[in-house]
Design a protein around this ligand. Structure first.
Ligand SMILES: [Mg+2]
Length: 114
């Protein structure tokens, strides 16, 4: 990555993850198999949880969340969908939803079965 690359964008992150997939030929070596990716994402989510439950420093938490984000972006590469477009479409819907306090914590949902 050159120093002039704007790293503060989804397109830059997507290009980096695509380059990672290409470097190891994930497409032809099982790295883009969806069941395998679900297992990897679960593994990283567990590492995120461990940071919280074991009170690890925020640097450790940020690294594990980055691992998960890289896998999520890679899953968009693997399944061939536009995560940037999906993000904004879903964000617009979430912003329209109502919130409720449930057991002392806020929940944002459609609350279909009120
Ligand atoms: Mg990790």
């Amino acid at each position: 990555m050159t120093q002039t690359t704007n790293t503060d964008s989804y397109q830059a992150m997507l290009a980096a993850v695509q380059a990672f997939h290409d470097k190891h030929d994930f497409k032809n070596t099982g790295g883009e198999d969806m069941l395998y990716r679900i297992a990897l994402m679960s593994e990283e989510l567990g590492e995120v949880a461990e940071c919280v439950t074991k009170g690890k420093p925020v640097e450790a938490l940020s690294e594990e969340v980055a691992d998960l984000l890289i896998l999520i972006i890679g899953t968009a590469v693997s399944a061939d969908f536009d995560l940037n477009q999906a993000f904004w479409k879903k964000m617009d819907r979430l912003m329209q939803r109502e919130s409720k306090m449930i057991d002392g914590r806020i929940r944002v949902s459609e609350f279909r079965d009120k």
